[in-house]
Write a protein that binds this ligand. Structure first.
Ligand code: SF4
Length: 420
């Protein structure tokens, strides 16, 4: 099989992993022939964010789509009727360098099916990264998956060559893992995250004493959760994410709307363990990302976002507005007096706007016009604030505010939202 066909199959097989957000790029790099090396879609070029917040293009590819495991939601599962193919470490390192030199990519997202013992698979991924770093002098970004079941020795080796590591938790409970990914073990996956967190802390500690201590996964670790393949509610998902951020210092949890994969052309016969849904629950995925922002940047706890009485996020309202409407007694807040934490709770005021408000307020009082200039979204904030005692609108009649601020069908939403 020629290399072009391998790339096409193994990049296509990698695209369901959301821990690197796909750009949906479909154009052709200038001068490249159809199906050739410069054709971006089949080659699996996606966009992701580095630890310092830069958006970069990655070659997102599997080392192999041969897999012993049979995760019901996966196109590469052992029982799927799909063409199987593997790279060699040399092929994949050479390919990455070729793409890098042509400026098609700034990094590599590397994962694999479990074609052998997990440590052996991990060793192949590490070998590829090592070749890139040592033989080609490659200094670009590498995001490497931790293969489920990999031992801690391999994990510690992987972090020396990769910028980011990720162990995919995939499903929110042990029961769902047992039903849909029976060969995976939730404890092992959490154990891998703990290993990464502990080793990172160890390297940081060492660096304080020995300046030449090498970097260990300097862009941290992330994980992916599949949404809609199992029965858990949003509250369970958000509680799990909150715990992962707290315990293991994850940089990101990615939410991936379950894509039915059993239809013809996407891996064969439908798996009876999976829900029969017409398409991926994209609005739910979007709301989970918004709730995740509340956890990471707005200092919300998972219990504040959802409780036993409302276990699902509102399809028609962003979670911050939904929280504000449930807690109207806390509003309005006075813009010229509120502290940073109070400002963060106002729909329409993001972290940047809140900081700017505090900054500007040191020299003068703010008006509604200055709020607009700072970037406050007054269309949302107007119901929840006063400015020097004055209102645009009052926090009364939550039903009316809800009608005005609702998305009609939750569709057409943009990601990510920094200022909601
Ligand atoms: S381990 Fe599961 S999710 Fe990963 S490639 Fe194999 S079948 Fe797919």
């Amino acid at each position: 099989m020629d290399l072009g066909e391998k790339i096409s199959i193994l990049a296509g097989a990698a695209k369901y992993d959301a821990s690197c957000a796909s750009s949906g790029s479909s154009g052709r790099a200038s001068g490249a022939a159809d199906g050739g090396l410069g054709y971006r879609e089949p080659a699996g070029i996606c966009h992701s964010w580095t630890g310092d917040g830069r958006c970069i293009s990655l070659l997102k590819v599997l080392y192999s789509n041969v897999c012993r495991y049979d995760c019901a939601y996966c196109v590469n599962r052992a029982s799927a009727d799909t063409k199987r193919v593997s790279f060699t470490s040399q092929e994949l390192a050479d390919l990455t360098i070729e793409f890098y030199r042509r400026n098609y990519i700034e990094g590599l997202f590397l994962s694999s099916g479990i074609f052998s013992d997990p440590d052996i698979v991990m060793e192949k991924l590490i070998e590829t990264a090592k070749k890139l770093r040592t033989e080609h002098g490659y200094g670009g970004y590498i995001h490497m998956k931790i293969i489920p079941g990999t031992g801690d020795k391999m994990i510690r080796e992987a972090g020396l060559w990769a910028d980011r590591l990720s162990a995919n938790i995939e499903l929110p409970t042990d029961l769902s893992l047992k039903n849909l990914a029976p060969q995976k073990n939730g404890r092992e996956i959490l154990g891998a995250m703990e290993d990464v967190a502990d080793t990172t802390a160890q390297y940081e500690e060492d660096r304080r004493r020995i300046r030449t201590t090498p970097d260990f996964a300097p862009s941290g670790q992330s994980t992916q959760l599949i949404v809609g393949a199992s029965e858990e509610n949003d509250r369970q998902i958000i509680s799990l994410s909150g715990a992962l951020y707290r315990k293991f210092g994850l940089r990101r949890v990615y939410y991936s709307a379950f894509t039915p994969v059993g239809v013809p052309g996407r891996g064969g016969i439908p798996d009876p363990r999976l829900p029969d849904i017409p398409g991926p629950p994209l609005v739910r995925e979007h709301r989970l990302y918004q709730a995740d922002w509340l956890l990471r940047f707005y200092h919300f706890s998972s219990e504040e976002i959802l409780d036993g009485a409302t276990p699902f996020l509102d399809k028609h309202l962003d979670p911050k507005t939904a929280w504000a409407l449930k807690n109207l007694r806390r509003f309005p807040i006075e813009i010229n007096r509120a502290d940073y934490e109070e400002l963060l709770r106002v729909p329409g005021i993001g972290a940047t706007s809140a900081r700017r408000i505090i900054e500007v307020r040191r020299s003068r009082s703010l008006s509604f016009d200055s709020l607009r200039r700072i970037g406050v979204v007054l269309k949302r904030a107007r119901y929840f604030i006063t400015v020097s005692g004055g209102f645009i609108d009052r926090p009364e009649d939550p039903g009316r505010i809800r009608r005005i601020l609702s998305d009609s069908d939750g569709a057409g939403l943009q990601l990510p939202l920094f200022d909601f």
